[in-house]
Structures are given as structure tokens and as C-alpha cells.
Design a protein around this ligand. Structure first.
Ligand SMILES: Cc1cc2nc3c(=O)[nH]c(=O)nc-3n(C[C@H](O)[C@H](O)[C@H](O)COP(=O)(O)O)c2cc1C
Length: 200
């Protein structure tokens, strides 16, 4: 090989390497990030995820919102869980079939998945897709919610989920993922996304 051809090859490889390292992670994959959030902690995690992987962000809304009052909401949720009630969603998602990866974000409610996310998973067919759960809670963990993701997405590939402590509405702590905690959240989310190989 002539020395000039060799140099051109090296430059070409360098340009290609630069292109791929700046590219969006998995540009061929369509990503949807669906979340339920009452006091914006789970929303903050959803936004960090979108910042790192791109994709479409969708906040679920109900036809009939929960009461503003915390205790009333807890009572209503306990009843809904006991009766397997699925509250109707106001949110409509167009052409869900076009997405390859669906992130599902929700807080722990009553140590379970909140009813609106159960409604979503009953309403939309996610079979064949990669599902990635994430959660915030008041410090008591995800409860049964990640198991419910696996049960309701039996025909999907469910990746390891992410969880972190968010607010404690019972004690008047609403939005907690701000300032130092927001930086900590970004670091933890990036570590997790790397671990599950969604970003390099
Ligand atoms: C109705 C209701 C029930 C809750 N139940 C639990 C629970 O069982 N365990 C827990 O750790 N946190 C519980 N929480 C606290 C939330 O999981 C926590 O504040 C979370 O960060 C809220 O997320 P959000 O800001 O996205 O709504 C509950 C909150 C509400 C409103």
C-alpha cells in the first residue's frame, strides 16, 4: 500500500470513529418513555433518561384525576387495588407499534404499581418490545411493582429496572429530585443505562 493511501485510510477511520462516538445511542431504535407522576419525582427521572437516550416522553393523565388530598388518594388507591379497578386514561398514544424500547416510569403506591400504569399496560400491547422500568418511592422500595411489569409484559423482554428515593408526600416532602439530589440522580441513571447497555 502506498504511504498516501495508508494515511487516507487512517484519516477515514478517525472520521468514522468520531461520527459513531457522537451519534445518539442506538439511532435505529425508536424509544418511548411513558410515566405516571403526581409530584414530579418520577418525571425528573424520565427527563434524565430522555436527555441520555432521546425518544418520545409521554406523561399519563387520567380522565378523572385523583384528589389533591394525599389521604383521600391513598384510600382511593387501596380500594382500586382491592377491586382491580383500572382508571380510564385520557392520554392516547399514536402508533405504539413503531417503538422498539418502552421505558415505564411510576412511583410506588400502596407498595404496588399505581393503577394508572396498570391501565396503560392493559390497554396497550407491548409484546416483542424491550421494556425498561424505573421508579421513585418514599424509601420503602419498589414493592411488587417490577414483578407486575414482568407479569403484564410477559411477551416482552424486561430489562433490569432503576429505583431511587423521591418524595415523602405523607410527611409534606413533595418534589425531592432537585439540586444535589438531581446531580446524584443523573449519575445513578447514567450508570444504570450503561449497565443495561442502552448507552456506551
Ligand atoms: C397514594 C400514594 C401512595 C404511596 N405509597 C407509597 C408506598 O407504598 N411506598 C413508598 O415507598 N412510597 C409511597 N408513596 C410515595 C411515593 O412513592 C414517592 O413520594 C414518589 O417519589 C412520588 O413520585 P412522583 O413525584 O413521581 O409522584 C406513595 C405516594 C402516594 C401519593
Amino acid at each position: 500500500m502506498k504511504i498516501s493511501t495508508f494515511i487516507l485510510c487512517i484519516i477515514g477511520l478517525g472520521v468514522l470513529a468520531g461520527y459513531y462516538s457522537n451519534a445518539q445511542p442506538m439511532p435505529s431504535k425508536k424509544i418511548l418513555i411513558v410515566y405516571w407522576s403526581r409530584t414530579n419525582n418520577t418525571k425528573a427521572i424520565a427527563e434524565i433518561i430522555q436527555h441520555n437516550v432521546g425518544g418520545t416522553l409521554v406523561a399519563l393523565e387520567l380522565e378523572k384525576p385523583y384528589p389533591a388530598n394525599y389521604r383521600q388518594t391513598v384510600q382511593q388507591v387501596v380500594k382500586e387495588n382491592e377491586t382491580n379497578y383500572l382508571p380510564p386514561l385520557k392520554t392516547k398514544i399514536d402508533a405504539i407499534e413503531k417503538y422498539d424500547i418502552v421505558f415505564l416510569g411510576f412511583p410506588t403506591w400502596d407498595m404496588q404499581m399505581p393503577p394508572p400504569m396498570k391501565s396503560f399496560l392493559h390497554q396497550y400491547n407491548l409484546s416483542g418490545k424491550t421494556i425498561v422500568p424505573f421508579n421513585t418511592n418514599a424509601g420503602y422500595g419498589v414493592g411488587s411493582s417490577f414483578e407486575t411489569v414482568k407479569d403484564l409484559c410477559a411477551k416482552s423482554k424486561v430489562l433490569e429496572g432503576f429505583e431511587m428515593k423521591g418524595g415523602i408526600e405523607r410527611d409534606g416532602i413533595y418534589f425531592a429530585i432537585k439540586d444535589e439530589k438531581a446531580k446524584e440522580a443523573e449519575t445513578e441513571v447514567i450508570k444504570w443505562l450503561q449497565k443495561i447497555k442502552l448507552i456506551p
